[in-house]
Design a protein around this ligand. Structure first.
Ligand SMILES: [Zn+2]
Length: 179
């Protein structure tokens, strides 16, 4: 193949791969994802929420009220011990909390992905780590996310831990992950 056409091909392939990856990254409004790993007394939670589920919009805030809604969401998502309650007997304490809410003055491109020519979508990403003094008694984790975010109606959970891997769907009437 002539050298020049090879060079022309590479960016195109890259472009296709990127747009394919972006197209794959769809979210469903009202539905979040939670990955939970329980390992050696540590619980790691990775949460992904459509921004829409937290504040009802997925674009830069237009006014003070929307800015306040984003700030309230970020505050609630940083209150780790309120959001997730592991089995009390396991005596788990918060080790770390990392929350990225788009349009709150950090990396505003974060979590944004174009969607078929219409407006952008945006995701909240958060990572939480708990350390448990009595991991043997750990039987579940209750979440208050549905109380905090009324637009959230489903949480798809993937769990990896002592009992192996499992999936569970949480909802306002069933906010407890058990294993
Ligand atoms: Zn969206």
């Amino acid at each position: 193949m002539h050298k020049r056409s090879l060079l022309a091909t590479v960016p195109l392939a890259l472009l296709l791969a990127t747009s394919f990856a972006q197209a794959q990254h769809k979210h469903v409004h009202g539905e979040g994802k939670l990955d939970v790993v329980i390992d050696k007394g540590l619980i790691t939670l990775d949460l992904e929420l459509p921004l829409d589920a937290a504040v009802g919009f997925e674009r830069p805030p237009k006014n003070g009220k929307e800015k306040a809604a984003l700030a309230d969401a970020a505050k609630a998502l940083n209150a780790t011990a309120n959001l997730f309650v592991p089995t009390p007997a396991a005596q788990c304490s918060v080790q770390s909390t990392e929350v990225k809410v788009p349009f709150t003055g950090g990396d505003d491109q974060h979590g944004q992905h174009p969607h078929e020519g219409e407006s952008h979508h945006a995701d909240i990403d958060a990572n939480y780590v708990f350390k448990c003094a009595n991991p043997a008694t750990l039987k579940g984790i209750e979440t208050t996310l549905f109380n905090t975010f009324k637009r959230l109606y489903r949480l798809e959970v993937q769990r990896t831990g002592p009992g192996g891997q499992g999936a569970q769907r949480l909802a306002p009437r069933n906010p407890v992950l058990t294993w």
